[in-house]
Design a protein around this ligand. Structure first.
Ligand SMILES: [Zn+2]
Length: 403
């Protein structure tokens, strides 16, 4: 019996074992809804409109569904507001309101953990706007500079929240722009600071722009919790490490759902461009606009017909049919993993929410599902630590439940 349990628990399943499990076990999915809560990457945006108001609306949705989630505020942004609030007194009430929103979410049972955009380092405020010239990727900072940002960000949360609950610890992290690997020092610094859980790595993501380079196309584990190689979290360590990675979920949308979403996005884009249209005699601009509309139509409508599209599981950027496909993909993969309990992390960018009723419908349905439970990142870290959730290593035997 004992060895059978071990066999069923194994994440290194052969095809036949997968089939056995598929018919004998319906896994419980522990779903962490997380939110990268922040202004735009260049520091722009009305903080009430794109940060405070969407968070308040989300908290109402979650209260109705009884869902406890995790807010990941970009603490570097808040540190910049605090640093500049004496010189620019208009920033102080905004920074205070940021604290109040984070506290209100926490008091309603949500978790608040660390997110960090290093481009806010040394940010300056002038003429009513922010000027950010720091590098967008923490991977490009020297160890000491990166460590100082992480330590200061963690400390800010550990000053803000313990008066509400003395047991609060900052122990989970998502890197700004998901830039968490490779690095000779980042994970070691996180571990030294007591961070136990990283939720930055989204398999399949590839970014190569002048602001950011990131390559998660060859991640060794794309779904289940794993111990990362400390210098390259795209790889699975062959032994337990001080930090566990739970991948930021991704899935492939069907052609049909992707096309529907893109038609609606293209309509939105055309409306937006029309409302910002140049004067009628501005012929070159009009030509350019129709050319880019054609490119948009090609890229958004024709390409998905050829290839299914990779999505990071971001409930703010998906329409309802895609959220359903995301959940179906999670259920399929959880079943194939053959484990009784599967933690899964989704994201959301409140600044980008396109369709709140769709989120409301999705969250409401998930709250009724027998096989899905909502979980905060602190709770997830606890269950990973205790062994209630298995953590993969690269060697043949996964870490077992020792409780
Ligand atoms: Zn962010």
């Amino acid at each position: 019996m004992y060895s059978e349990w071990h066999r069923l628990q194994s994440v290194f399943l052969s095809q036949s074992q997968t089939e056995v499990c598929a018919t004998t076990m319906k896994p419980t999915i522990h779903l962490a809804l997380t939110h990268d809560w922040e202004l735009r990457g260049d520091g722009s945006g009305d903080i009430e409109q794109i940060q405070f108001a969407p968070l308040r609306r989300l908290l109402e949705v979650y209260a109705q569904a009884g869902a406890r989630t995790t807010i990941l505020p970009d603490v570097m942004q808040q540190l910049a507001f605090r640093r500049c609030e004496n010189k620019h007194p208009n920033l102080k009430p905004l920074a205070d309101s940021w604290d109040e929103h984070a506290r209100a979410a926490f008091l309603q049972g949500h978790d608040v953990q660390l997110h960090l955009h290093p481009q806010w380092r040394n940010a300056e405020y002038a003429n009513g706007r922010w000027h950010l010239d720091g590098d967008w990727s923490i991977l490009n900072y020297e160890r000491d500079a990166a460590y100082a940002m992480l330590a200061e960000g963690k400390q800010y949360l550990e000053n803000l929240l313990p008066p509400l609950d003395s047991s609060y610890r900052c122990l989970a992290f998502r890197a700004g722009a998901l830039a968490a690997a490779p690095s000779t020092h980042l994970f070691k610094s996180l571990a030294d600071l007591g961070i136990q859980l990283d939720v930055s790595v989204a398999a399949g993501v590839f970014v190569n722009t002048n602001k950011l380079q990131l390559d998660y196309r060859d991640c060794e584990e794309t779904f289940l919790p794993f111990f990362p190689m400390m210098e390259d979290a795209r790889k699975v360590s062959n032994k337990p490490e001080p930090i566990v990675c739970v991948p930021l979920n991704h899935f492939f949308g069907s052609r049909r759902a992707v096309t529907r979403q893109n038609i609606s996005l293209a309509r939105h884009e055309v409306r937006r461009k029309r409302s910002a249209a140049p004067a009628a005699n501005d012929a070159p601009a009009r030509n350019q606009s129709s050319a880019s509309r054609f490119e948009l139509a090609y890229e958004k409508l024709i390409l998905p017909l050829v290839k299914r599209k990779h999505f990071v599981s971001d409930t703010g950027r998906l329409n309802y049919p895609l959220m359903r496909e995301m959940l179906a993909s999670i259920r399929r993969r959880a079943q194939a993993a053959g484990m009784a309990h599967v933690p899964v992390v989704l994201t959301n960018h409140p600044k980008d929410i396109r369709d709140l009723p769709a989120i409301e419908r999705f969250v409401g349905e998930v709250s009724q599902a027998e096989d899905v439970r909502f979980i905060t990142l602190s709770e997830m870290a606890g269950k990973l630590r205790s062994g209630e959730f298995q953590v993969r290593t690269a060697v043949s035997k996964p870490r077992m439940n020792t409780n």
